[in-house]
Structure formats: C-alpha cells, structure tokens
Design a binder for this molecule. Structure first.
Ligand SMILES: O=C(O)CCC(=O)C(=O)O
Ligand SMILES: [Mn+2]
Length: 240
C-alpha cells in the first residue's frame, strides 16, 4: 500500500465521490497532525492525482516494474559519470550532499545554484526512460537532471524548480530508483500546508500547473539506514 503522510491541519483526503478514483486533495476539513492516508498501490492509467492547493501533481507508484527498475538502477549507477558539485552559499563554495549529472539535447544549458550546466549527451538507457516518462506526462522532455543519494546523509533542501529557462508552469517528471525516500512538498505562503510522499523504486511523479510557483519541495536527510537512491527529473529547457 502507498501511504501519503499528511503533515498539516488541513487534510489531504481521498475523494470518495464526484472525482476520479485515486485523487488525493487538500480540503478544509479538520484532520489530525501527522494523519496517514493509505491508498491502494495499483497504478491508475493516468496516475494518482495529488490535487494540491494551487498546484498539481500525479503519481504512478510502480510505473516501472521491479525487474525493470532494478536493471535501470544498475545501468545508471554504473554508466553515469556521477559528479561532485559545489554551490555558492554565503559567498563560499560548499559541496552538495549528493552526486549529480546533467544530460540532454545540446542546447539545453541550464543554470542553477549559480552554475551553468552544459548537458552530456543522451545515453540509450536515458532515452528509454525519457520515452516512457513522455508517454505518462504527454510531453517531450529535452533534458534530465540526475541525482545519486548515497545514503541518508545525502538529501536536497527546500527549493522549487522554477529557473527562468523552464518557463511558466513547468512540467517536471521525476523517476525514482533504489531506496524509498520521503519527498516533501510545502506551500510557499501557507507553510502549514504540507504533503509527504514516499517515492519508491520505479515510481514516477509528475509536477505540473502552478506547483513550482506556489510550492517548494525537498528530500530530507534521514538518520534511518537507507540504501542508495537515484532520482531523474526530466525537464523542458527553453521549449516554453
Ligand atoms: O530526489 C528527488 O526526489 C528530488 C529531486 C529534485 O527536487 C530536483 O532534482 O530538483
Ligand atoms: Mn526539484
């Protein structure tokens, strides 16, 4: 079973009537802090809608079956040139707690964390994953950012994928492989409005609509023993 952990006074409740099956929506109904919503694991053809207040996201918990996801993990772990990266923080360059890679079409140059990234070419494996993700999201992606979280000491802080080259209301398709980690979403202005989604091996999460403008997201570090995780976020750079 898939569990969405609700960390808010407002509930994210399963819609029982009048909306598509599998929809999770923030409602004004009172709910206990930390209440847990359990959803059946089976994928809907159109994914599970996480109907965010002023945002949109869709989740396919098992878009890639276990054997396919295992193979992808092994191929990417071994084939990608995982790099250390530094960001500028208070005038000092500090290493980010993860390994990264940027692949895409030649023109998909992307600036984030104060650094311009020129893409590595697509590999066969990345092209295969891109094709699958394009089918789910109904969009063509021209670049992908890869993150390797080696253990619970690796993570990513609060941010939005809202760089100017991604355009207005960017669609971000995120593929997770390896250890399940908690992906947190928080509304920018209503800070109590939060949704935690465990992203498991073979899952695909597509964020769209105004999500990047109104919400931030993070992958918190954890003291729990966790194995390696690879995340791929497919993006549309300069395509409007
Ligand atoms: O690892 C994740 O699930 C999140 C990655 C992410 O937010 C990013 O690459 O911008
Ligand atoms: Mn992000």
């Amino acid at each position: 079973m898939l569990q969405c952990i609700i960390v808010d006074r407002l509930a994210a409740v399963r819609q029982s009537q009048g909306t598509a099956r599998g929809t999770v929506r923030h409602s004004a109904a009172a709910a206990k802090l930390g209440s847990v919503e359990t959803l059946p694991l089976a994928d809907e053809p159109d994914g599970r809608v996480l109907e965010l207040f002023e945002g949109e996201a869709r989740l396919w918990p098992a878009a890639f079956d276990a054997s396919e996801a295992n193979r992808l993990f092994q191929d990417l772990r071994g084939q990608i040139d995982w790099r250390e990266e530094e960001i500028l923080m208070f005038g000092r360059r500090v290493p980010v707690p993860r390994r990264v890679a940027w692949h895409g079409d030649p023109e998909a140059t992307y600036t984030y964390s104060g650094t311009e990234h020129h893409p590595q070419p697509w590999t066969l494996v990345l092209e295969r994953v891109r094709e699958r993700v394009a089918g789910l999201a109904g969009l063509h992606f021209n670049a992908v950012l890869l993150n390797l979280y080696r253990d619970g000491r690796d993570g990513m802080g609060w941010h939005a994928d809202d760089e100017p080259e991604l355009g207005r209301n960017p669609v971000i398709a995120s593929v997770s492989l390896g250890a399940t980690r908690r992906f947190c979403l928080r509304h920018r202005r209503r800070k109590g409005l939060r949704l935690d989604v465990p992203l498991s091996h073979g899952s695909v999460l597509v964020m769209s609509g105004a999500t990047q403008h109104n919400w931030v997201h993070a992958l918190p570090k954890t003291a729990a023993p966790v194995g390696e995780r690879i995340n791929l976020t497919f993006r549309r750079v300069g395509l409007t």
